[in-house]
Design a protein around this ligand. Structure first.
Ligand code: KG4
Ligand code: ZN
Length: 330
């Protein structure tokens, strides 16, 4: 059994967690910066980096105290090393390096996407390799065949916006504030999903990828026309997004070979109607469907610590001069 301290600082969540390889989250703290970024309608990298720098050290201290663990008792210190906003990633990674140097505990530089990709296995021990992963967040929109720890085959990505970004931009157009995803979902409940004709970009395409820029522009036009209620636009946007997801998953399932499990992760996985649609698709295809609990779907440090736990048996650690990477495909 091993214990890993995890640090996440790649976007606007400062998070620290301690996770054991038997899936127990021994302690975790998460500080959202939503309020700091809300006036700008999106994450401001400089503000994010400063906030991480202010908050991280006391949070690490607090999490160690919560778990009643000394740093040297950990088997690894895992930090997100990319992809993400580089200032924030550097704050987290440099903090982890300092801790590793002072304590002699090995450093693990974790790909944030790997954290999301493996998070369903932290939540549920029955999620076994290989599985098909739909990773949908503010910065990413991918379908990945997860064949093992470190074995990821990207089957599809977005050629423009990520799905979370499309939710956030739709929220901005409709004046719903930031972060947009939950606000759009809430408003969509009282709207008519067939009221506004919106495009389904890439639907039926022989290419495997996603595209949401055209959908966002259509939302803007629908809003400017003044013909539709905000709730109808939100509901129609969400329905179009779901159609696109299901179509792209169909495409991936036809090409990925044998899988028995479909998994969704990333912040957009918090969306109820999206989860239900995926559940239904899985039922039709005789697949097991799992989604991590909401707190593990959005950015968190437990998934980073867990990625470290998954690596412990492989004996992998990283050198202290490893660089932070703003871009880092899985
Ligand atoms: O994974 P995450 O916390 O951060 C990134 O790595 O991007 O995802 C944040 C994204 C935001 O775009 C947010 O609007 C979206 O996830 N999101 C949602 C919902 N909750 C969060 N999108 C749709 N419906 C939701 N309920
Ligand atoms: Zn994320």
């Amino acid at each position: 059994m091993g214990i890993v301290l995890g640090i996440e600082s790649s976007c606007d969540e400062t998070a620290v967690a301690i996770v054991a390889s038997d899936r127990r989250i021994l302690a975790q703290r998460i500080a959202s910066q939503d309020e700091a970024h809300a006036p700008y309608g999106g994450v401001v990298p400089e503000i994010a980096a400063r906030a991480h720098a202010e908050r991280l050290a006391p949070m690490i201290e607090a999490v160690l105290a919560d778990a009643d663990i000394e740093l040297f008792e950990c088997d690894a210190i895992a930090a997100t090393a990319g992809p993400g906003l580089i200032g924030g990633v550097m704050v987290g990674l440099v903090s982890a390096k300092a801790l590793a140097m002072a304590s002699g505990v090995p450093l693990m530089a974790i790909n944030h996407l790997e954290g999301h990709a493996l998070s369903p296995r932290l939540a549920d021990e029955n999620v076994v390799f290989p599985y098909l992963l739909l990773l949908v967040s503010g910065g990413h929109c991918q379908i990945v065949l997860v064949e093992g720890v470190g074995k990821y085959r990207r089957l599809a990505t977005t050629i423009d916006d990520a799905l979370g970004e499309a939710f956030d931009k739709t929220a901005k157009i409709l004046g719903l504030g930031y972060p947009g995803g939950p606000a759009v979902e809430r408003l969509a409940r009282s709207g008519n999903a067939t009221a506004v004709p919106l495009p389904r970009p890439m639907k039926g395409s022989a290419e495997p990828h996603f595209s949401f820029a055209g959908l966002k522009s259509a939302v803007l036009r629908a809003h400017q026309s003044g013909e539709h209620s905000l709730a109808d636009i939100a509901a129609s946007f969400q329905a179009a997004a779901i159609d696109c997801i299901l179509d792209r998953l169909d495409h991936a399932l036809a090409r990925c070979g044998e899988v028995s499990t479909l998994v969704v992760a990333g912040g957009v996985a918090a969306n109820g109607p999206i989860r239900s649609a995926l559940e239904q698709l899985a039922r039709q295809r005789d697949l097991t469907f799992t989604a991590p609990p909401l707190a593990l779907c959005t950015d968190n440090a437990a998934m980073i610590a867990w990625a470290g736990c998954e690596r412990l048996p492989l004996g992998q650690s990283d050198p202290l001069d490893i660089a932070a990477r703003p871009r880092w495909p899985l």
